[in-house]
Design a protein around this ligand. Structure first.
Ligand code: FE2
Length: 319
């Protein structure tokens, strides 16, 4: 009885070993040949050789991408945030970052603030990927807004936090706390930033900083000087919003992007987007490979659905 069970078991084991052995030793996939499941699961480096490409390294298995959505307020334009959510889902990012100013805020009417969050969170939750909040002045000013923001979207009771993903560090700072009147809150964040960044600089391939106000300008300048002492220029990129106008520069050796609004008025003239001036609704798409970031900006409305052109538009085969 024991022997009759043992023989089929040994036979299955031998077949399994042969299958693995032959699979591992198979030639790379060739064009025109029928591939088996084992041969079609090669690395990107292997399949890139099909066309004889030898020119560059392919993406590493650790490559990932994220989208950065930017300001919705002030003067949000109805429907644009929902459109941004739809387009972001088409891009299938690993996660979605935000750069601040999601609600209009600027009131101590808590019911009104909660209504604003309920409305916008219901739309944001349609995202297929995780969404990381970032506090803008509209979100946390005045105090009633800050209280509700930290309850709904804070981490450990604060509006600032950080996380690590595939060797990279993501830091979300609270610029309104830096420039606000609450000195205790400001000092608490500075102490946290110093510790958090010191640790990240030692071990991270890249540090991405998300902070609502452009720090290199106006009354934020002294705070930028302080923050800059904590950043490693060799591996840091900073993103801000607030201005509703797209710009890029190197600030004290650090790549610094200011995003245009995603769903708020573009620049000073919402009705008249001006691409050359950076005044148009957009969002950022970031691919990270080996700790290096490739950053692109996508004008809102230009990531089209697969059925954007219905085949019924044209039935004739003539050009
Ligand atoms: Fe703002």
């Amino acid at each position: 009885m024991r022997t009759t069970i043992l023989i089929p078991a040994v036979a299955i084991l031998v077949v399994a070993v042969l299958f693995v052995f032959i699979g591992n030793g198979a030639d790379p996939v060739s064009v025109g040949q029928t591939s088996t499941r084992s041969s079609s699961c090669r690395t990107l480096a292997d399949v890139s050789k099909i066309a004889g490409w030898r020119g560059a390294a392919v993406n590493s298995p650790d490559t990932f991408r994220f989208v950065i959505l930017s300001d919705r307020t002030g003067k949000h334009i109805p429907g644009l945030w929902a459109q941004a959510v739809k387009e972001t889902n088409r891009l299938k990012p690993d996660f979605v970052m935000f750069i601040g100013d999601l609600i209009e805020g600027y009131t101590n009417d808590e019911k009104k603030v909660r209504r604003q969050w309920s409305h916008i969170d219901a739309i944001t939750q349609r995202l297929d990927a995780p969404f990381f909040y970032c506090p803008g002045n509209h979100d946390v000013m005045p105090d009633a807004c800050r209280k509700i923001y930290t309850r709904l979207h804070g981490v450990n009771g604060k509006a600032w936090y950080s996380f690590d993903y595939r060797g990279c560090h993501f830091l979300i700072a609270d610029s309104s706390a830096m420039i606000g009147k609450d000195k205790r809150l400001a000092e608490e964040q500075w102490a946290w930033l110093k510790k958090d960044l010191a640790g990240a600089n030692k071990v991270s391939d890249h540090v991405f900083v998300f902070i609502h106000h452009p720090m290199f300008s106006g009354k934020s300048k002294p705070h930028w000087k302080q923050l800059r002492t904590m950043l490693d220029a060799k591996k840091t990129t900073v993103f801000s919003g607030h201005w509703h106008t797209l710009s890029y520069d190197i600030q004290d050796g650090i790549p610094y992007y200011v995003l245009s609004a995603t769903a708020g008025g573009s620049g000073g003239a919402p009705a008249k987007p001006n691409r050359k001036a950076g005044e148009f609704q957009s969002y950022a798409h970031v691919v990270v490979d080996g700790g290096k970031a490739t950053i692109s900006f996508i004008p809102l409305g230009e990531v089209l659905p697969h059925d954007y052109i219905d085949r019924s538009v044209k039935t004739s085969a003539s050009p």
